[in-house]
Design a protein around this ligand. Structure first.
Ligand code: NAP
Length: 321
């Protein structure tokens, strides 16, 4: 028996389906794959539970009319996936080999093999790495207007960025906030004309140009009190009082290990053959933020996770027909 055949039969290392990522996409894929008797393995990645574990209240996930804490929602999804036979390991894939099947998935611990792979590795909001940012994340600093805008009713807040996301988030946040100030590092916006025009026409939106935020001031108890600004044109520093800071400087899909192996768009989102979750490699499927630059919601990620599991199940079925 060859060594690969041995591994093929090693229950610990060979799985019909492996899922990379443990956010709503990965765990929903696991739930469906487990209920289809595929006994999937989830490799959780470096942030078990994904981006929802860095938010507080989730009030827009259907079925929880009182809201639910992000980490608790993810614990429940994990439990539900486990209940039907999902194995979950706190390991992250560092290298994949799609040259032959079963595919090889290497982690720091070992190499796993699978016939079908679901990539649900998510995305990471870009931040600036400035003082105050990490400490106040979730206490007045956010990278998700849709998640947290509701908590800023009648408050004055700032949005950092000058692209479509910044325009969209600033416009959305005016539903709650009394004033939204967009802080952009240049004088021209990167956003599309239509999104700019909509934001310019909104009387609740103010603008600070040519400026970067150098520090976020505040405490966890009292929230954000203001931002220290540096004007790149005049070189002057100033303090701008505000009660909330929203980052909208883009997201980075966590897809570096698939570069050159799966087709992606020019900023790294995995391309799928809509309306399926099939990628450019037969037997590899993608779900959630790793393939979705537009909606990026827990519920839409869960939806694509479900689709990926169904696609994988059908694909495995065809393989054996
Ligand atoms: P983006 O287009 O890359 O824009 C990022 C913005 O943040 C830019 O204005 C950039 O400034 C600024 N920025 C980047 N790093 C920064 C830093 N460290 N400090 C301060 N500012 C920084 O990203 P996005 O707005 O998230 O959009 C991503 C993609 O999704 C785009 O293709 C966009 O069109 C699309 N999108 C579409 C819609 C829609 O159509 N409804 C909504 C959202 C997003 P510079 O301009 O100086 O580079």
């Amino acid at each position: 028996m060859s060594s690969s055949a041995t591994e093929h039969h090693n229950a610990d290392h060979y799985h019909r389906v492996i899922i990379l990522g443990s956010g709503p996409a990965g765990l929903t894929a696991a739930l469906y794959a487990a209920r289809a008797d595929l006994a999937p393995l989830v490799l959780e990645g470096n942030q078990p539970g994904g981006q929802l574990t860095i938010t507080t209240d989730v009030e827009n996930y259907p079925g929880f009319p009182e809201g639910i804490l992000g980490p608790e929602l993810m614990d429940r999804m994990r439990e539900q996936a486990r209940r039907f036979g999902t194995k979950v390991k706190f390991e992250a894939a560092v290298e994949v080999d799609f040259e032959k099947r079963p595919f090889a998935i290497r982690t720091d611990e070992t190499t796993y093999r699978c016939d079908a792979l679901i990539v649900a590795t998510g995305a990471t909001a870009k931040l600036d790495g400035i003082p105050g940012e990490q400490e106040l994340m979730g206490y007045g600093v956010s990278a998700c207007a849709t998640c947290d805008g509701f908590f800023f009713r009648d408050k004055e807040i700032v949005v950092i960025g000058g692209g479509d996301s910044a325009m969209e988030e600033a416009t959305y946040l005016t539903k709650f906030a009394s004033k939204v100030t967009v802080i952009h590092r240049r004088r021209e916006l990167r956003a599309s004309k239509i999104m700019q025009d909509r934001a310019f026409a909104n009387p609740k939106i103010a603008w600070i140009w040519d400026s970067v935020v150098a520090e976020i001031a505040g405490t966890r108890e009292g929230g954000v009190t203001g931002v220290k600004l540096h004007n790149k044109r005049t070189e002057l520093d100033s303090f701008y009082p505000t009660q909330g800071v929203f980052y909208a400087i883009g997201h980075q899909p966590n897809t570096a290990i698939f570069k050159g192996k799966l087709e992606m768009n020019d900023v790294g989102y995995i391309k799928v053959q809509e309306p399926t979750t099939k990628t450019s490699v037969h037997g590899v499927f993608a779900a959630g933020d790793a393939m979705d630059p537009i909606y990026r919601q827990a519920v839409t990620s869960a939806g694509t996770g479900c689709r990926a599991a169904i696609d994988a199940e059908r694909w495995l079925q065809e393989l054996h027909d």
